[in-house]
Design a protein around this ligand. Structure first.
Ligand code: SAH
Ligand code: MG
Length: 233
């Protein structure tokens, strides 16, 4: 099911304005080819968060065709973006789209399982820190948008790469309503993913040092700030 009623989604979509013609065309192509892509209302929210956070380094988990990474690059032209994609084929498509969008200098697509890429990145950062004696440049914006059963692992893998005050946006956390209630779970096999997502949202909302708003936007978006609350400092 849609977590927002259809007439409301339609209305919100009527207010949506694509960032430019290239992205409008890429969204059309992705939708036609059933390539997963951030929903319009979720995109509007995330771009607004980027305008507030002004990140210098963005980490994305789940590239697909590169649509969201390109949208981030256009919004934050100074930012360095690393995006992780399991499927080598999708990673290649993303690289082509990024090239066509003129964003190759700011977006790096790393193919392979994000859990492994994150472990490699964390090890490289640690080594760099030791070598230079300087703290490595960490990410101040993270977008988690890949396999829904693995969000906790993605978070744990990305955590050592997050700067204090890092904003983390997790997409599809309400998973067509399934996270909220078993009545929306059509098949048994979705039960495991759903349980994992519930446990991830408990983690995001109940852990000291993470402040999270879970929003019924798109397919559910969790917006987390990582770092001590001012009162706890
Ligand atoms: N962020 C994209 C959409 C991503 S769709 C956009 O809005 O434009 C989710 C992607 O995550 C898929 O392309 C899928 O191949 C990828 N994915 C799934 N599991 C993954 C993993 N373990 N590591 C990296 N990518 C993964
Ligand atoms: Mg998504």
């Amino acid at each position: 099911m849609n977590i927002v009623t259809e007439p409301v989604t339609e209305y919100l979509d009527s207010l949506y304005r694509p960032a430019n013609d290239f992205l409008a065309e890429l969204r059309r192509t992705c939708e036609e080819q059933m390539i997963p892509i951030v929903l319009r209302d979720a995109e509007s929210l995330i771009l607004q968060l980027l305008r507030l956070q002004r990140p210098e380094r963005i980490l994305e988990i789940g590239t697909a065709a590169g649509y969201s990474a390109i949208a981030f690059a256009l919004e934050c032209p100074e930012a360095k973006i690393v995006t992780l994609e399991l499927s080598e084929r999708s990673a290649d498509t993303a690289r082509e789209n990024i090239e066509r969008a003129g964003c190759s200098d700011s977006i790096w697509v790393l193919g392979g399982d994000a859990r492994e890429s994150l472990a490699r990145l964390a090890a490289a950062y640690e080594a760099e820190g030791k070598e230079t004696g300087q703290p490595p440049e960490l990410f101040d914006f993270v977008f988690i948008d890949a396999a829904k059963g693995h969000y906790q692992e993605f978070w744990d893998g990305a955590a050592p790469l997050m700067k204090e005050g890092c904003l983390v946006v997790s997409d599809n956390v309400l998973f067509k309503g399934m996270t909220a209630s078993d009545q929306f779970i059509p098949e048994r096999r979705q039960k495991t993913i759903t349980n994992r997502m519930r446990s991830f949202l408990r983690f995001l909302t109940q852990t000291e040092g993470i402040r999270t708003a879970v929003l019924p936007v798109g397919d559910g978006v969790a917006v987390s700030i990582v770092g001590k609350a001012p009162s706890a400092r």
